[in-house]
Ligand binder design. Structure first.
Ligand code: AHM
Ligand code: MG
Length: 322
């Protein structure tokens, strides 16, 4: 790979040893998940387990496998004290003396597995509040502002790890030559002015007036602002956000009319993506409040989210205010 910088070298130079160990263990686990995703049709692991998870959603075999793989690899890191996952009802203590805790969506967008569309692993890392011993729910109830590292691995036409340790956003591509992550996307910036909007527009009738009016704004013809904007929605937050991070745009998962919470989960979907987006110069809000300032009170709580390029998030906020 010539002079390309390895993930391990980058972490050594840019973060402390405990956090580096944790991120490297996570990356090893994600390599295994990526291989399973690549070979899903061949290994008989497409389909559901027949169970539903804590949120009442159908569990895909790969959701379950990914969850187990991550738990094993993070336990082996020795620095990861606690684990919260979309697939587990409660938290788990992995290392009594670990310094960090992690919240993960092991395989986000998993309904896309059988159609070969991009899916991903999303993660958020805090320092634990409790000193040692078993972790508690309170360790995880920290505002997104306290995030020490957050990001995702996208399993797409390439497998790419994108993360931040509060020092900008960096992307590492998994080489199929030697199965190592190499620096490929230094200093990623969310374009300030996006021209893509991403949401499940089929649900328009369920949305409140503010969101409906924003959609109408996006579809209006206006030369000066390059409208109409393009609608791009894969139905996989990692895929949609990764594209918008590179090209500029807004991703929205709103609440339905009269409700405050959307579908996506605060601790392991919205906070890490918001942390990353802000680190890249973008914005993320639930419509009225910055996502990173929300005080979590439940492990699996949900929130509405408007996230992406500044111009579009601010425009959406204008419409939401009415
Ligand atoms: P999941 O965690 O069960 O995979 O659900 C989250 C996914 C997101 O990746 C995506 O943005 C959203 O669900 C799509 O939902 P919808 O089908 O309602 O548009
Ligand atoms: Mg998810």
């Amino acid at each position: 790979m010539g002079n390309a910088v390895k993930l391990s070298t980058f972490l050594e130079a840019n973060t402390n040893i405990d956090l580096a160990k944790l991120i490297l263990s996570l990356a090893e686990g994600c390599k295994i998940i990526g291989r399973l995703v690549n070979n899903a049709g061949l290994s008989g692991i497409i389909g559901t387990t027949g169970d539903t998870n804590v949120q009442g959603e159908t569990v895909q075999k790969l959701d379950d496998l990914s969850n187990k793989i991550l738990m094993d690899y993070l336990r082996a890191s020795e620095t990861c004290a606690g684990y919260l996952s979309e697939e587990n009802e409660g938290i788990a203590t992995l290392n009594q003396n670990g310094k960090y805790i992690i919240s993960v969506d092991p395989l986000d967008g998993s309904s896309n597995i059988d159609v070969c569309a991009p899916i991903g692993t999303i993660f958020n890392i805090y320092e634990r509040l409790s000193g040692a011993g078993d972790v508690s729910d309170a360790d995880f109830f920290q505002k997104g502002m306290e995030t020490k590292a957050g990001g995702y691995v996208i399993y797409g036409s390439s497998t790419i790890l994108v993360f931040s340790t509060s020092n900008g956003v960096t992307g590492f591509t998994l080489s199929t030559e030697d199965n190592d992550f190499y620096l490929s996307h230094p200093d990623m910036k969310m374009p300030e002015k996006g021209k893509i909007y991403s949401l499940n527009q089929g649900n328009t009738e369920k949305f409140g007036e503010g969101v409906k009016n924003f959609i109408a704004y996006c579809t209006m013809v206006d030369k000066e602002t390059s409208r109409p904007y393009s609608l791009r929605y894969i139905g996989s937050m990692v895929g949609d956000l990764h594209r918008n991070l590179i090209k500029g745009g807004i991703f929205i998962y709103p609440a339905n009319k009269g409700e405050k919470k959307g579908k996506l989960r605060l601790l392991y979907e919205c906070i890490p993506m918001s942390f990353l987006t802000e680190q890249a110069g973008g914005k993320a809000t639930d419509g009225t409040q910055r996502i990173l300032e929300i005080q979590p009170t439940e492990l699996h709580e949900r929130t509405a989210i408007f996230i992406g390029s500044k111009n579009l998030v601010e425009k959406a906020e204008e419409f939401l205010k009415g």
